[in-house]
Design a protein around this ligand. Structure first.
Ligand code: ADP
Ligand code: MG
Length: 371
């Protein structure tokens, strides 16, 4: 604030323009100095973009505690109910933050910054995390760091060894997103392809709903698929470039099930494992085809996957076998960093902290935050 005031003031005079430039230069040197000298940068990170409330403490880019409160209220509705999600966040957020601080064995007074997911996500859910971050930052007189949820999914790769080298390609697949991203640096990322309709996680969840499975169906399909064989064929969508589409697959699964159930009302029950294996195999094939094409086009052979669907065993083994065949270096985050978590928010925030990239109390949640 003081820095901005001095710069604004100085810019009102001709001499002031050069003075302001010199001041910015000196100030950046000081910031670099602070970063070189200051160790033990503790960041408290908050995640509340969808239906999981998370808090984590990160020290110098290393996650030292990572706590989540998952919401079970949605399972009987077959999807996340936004109003219920925000009410649950309100109940969980303080205990989760307390638990993260306790597990990290640090006091609020030792924190260097508060980080939070600004978007994308559900507005009501984001409001809870953003408001909590603002209150803490105000009360503790700390800087705030806003984080893009999808950047954080990608930077989850830096939670553990081996860490990918830049540039790398990341297939980010979650309940709300499906993207292929070229990652040139911690803060420099370009979307090469995206879904034109449903996300990969949504395809798992909606197909699971048709099979009568609980929400979220992705992990259940994954488990059942291990006992089945991919004997049913579903047509592959014809989408240009590096983009994806899953709505056609969803419709073809629906028509296929309706036809088979008309002939045998027990068809789903009798073939559940094979249906799960077939659905999983179709989704994985669609994802791997585009990822392989992206590697060929860009010539990049460092390849990672991130987001909730990267927990899928079929996708993980397809990445490994394709990686061996194509001589890729492949990267898969540990399971706890695949689905939504605050640890990844803290990692993304740490690299913004190093650039002194802070936000202020005017920040608002951004449900459709641009990449
Ligand atoms: P979002 O950030 O969009 O809420 P997450 O990153 O938390 O999503 O991921 C949740 C999604 O991941 C859900 O759609 C869920 O079904 C899917 N998912 C989680 N584990 C698996 C798995 N093992 N196989 C397939 N999908 C999975
Ligand atoms: Mg997510």
């Amino acid at each position: 604030m003081l820095v901005q005031y001095i710069i604004n003031d100085a810019q009102n005079t001709t001499f002031g323009v050069s003075f302001a430039k010199l001041f910015i230069f000196l100030n950046s040197l000081t910031n670099i100095g602070i970063n070189l000298i200051k160790k033990n940068i503790y960041i408290l990170a908050i995640e509340s973009s969808c239906d999981d409330t998370g808090a984590a403490v990160i020290c110098d880019g290393v996650v030292i505690s990572n706590k989540m409160a998952c919401q079970t209220v949605h399972s009987e509705y077959g999807g996340v109910i936004p109003e219920l999600a925000s009410r649950q966040h309100l109940l969980h957020i303080i205990p989760v933050i307390d638990s993260a601080l306790k597990a990290a064995n640090i006091d609020k007074g030792e924190l260097s910054a508060i980080a939070f997911t600004r978007g994308p996500g559900l507005l009501g859910s984001l409001i809870v995390g953003v408001s909590m971050a603002k209150s803490l930052a105000l009360a503790l007189d700390l800087p705030m760091i806003e984080v893009h949820h999808m950047h954080a999914h990608i930077l989850a790769h830096f939670a553990d060894e081996p860490k990918p080298e830049f540039p790398f390609l990341c297939l980010t697949v979650s309940g709300g997103h499906t993207q292929i991203v070229r990652v040139d640096d911690y803060t420099e990322m370009t979307v090469l392809g995206t879904t034109l309709d449903d996300a990969a996680g949504e395809a798992f969840d909606k197909a699971g709903k048709m099979l009568g499975l609980e929400y979220p169906a992705g992990p259940i399909i994954d488990k059942l698929a291990r006992e089945g064989k991919p004997i049913f064929d579903f047509p592959e969508p014809q989408v240009g470039e590096l983009n994806f589409s899953f709505s056609g697959l969803k419709t073809s699964i629906l028509y296929f099930l309706q036809k088979e159930m008309a002939a045998n009302p027990n068809f789903i029950k009798d073939n559940l494992a094979d249906l799960c294996a077939s659905i999983q195999s179709s989704i994985v094939k669609i994802l791997m085809k585009k990822l392989t094409r992206a590697s060929t086009i860009t010539g990049i052979k460092n390849i990672g996957i991130a987001g909730g669907v990267s927990a899928n065993s079929g996708l993980r083994s397809a990445l490994e076998s394709e990686g061996k065949a194509k001589k890729w270096k492949t990267f898969i985050p540990a399971f706890e960093y695949c689905t939504d978590n605050a640890g990844m928010i803290g990692i993304a925030a740490y690299y913004k902290y190093l650039n002194q990239d802070f936000t202020d109390q005017h920040v608002t949640p951004a449900p459709r935050l641009a990449f």
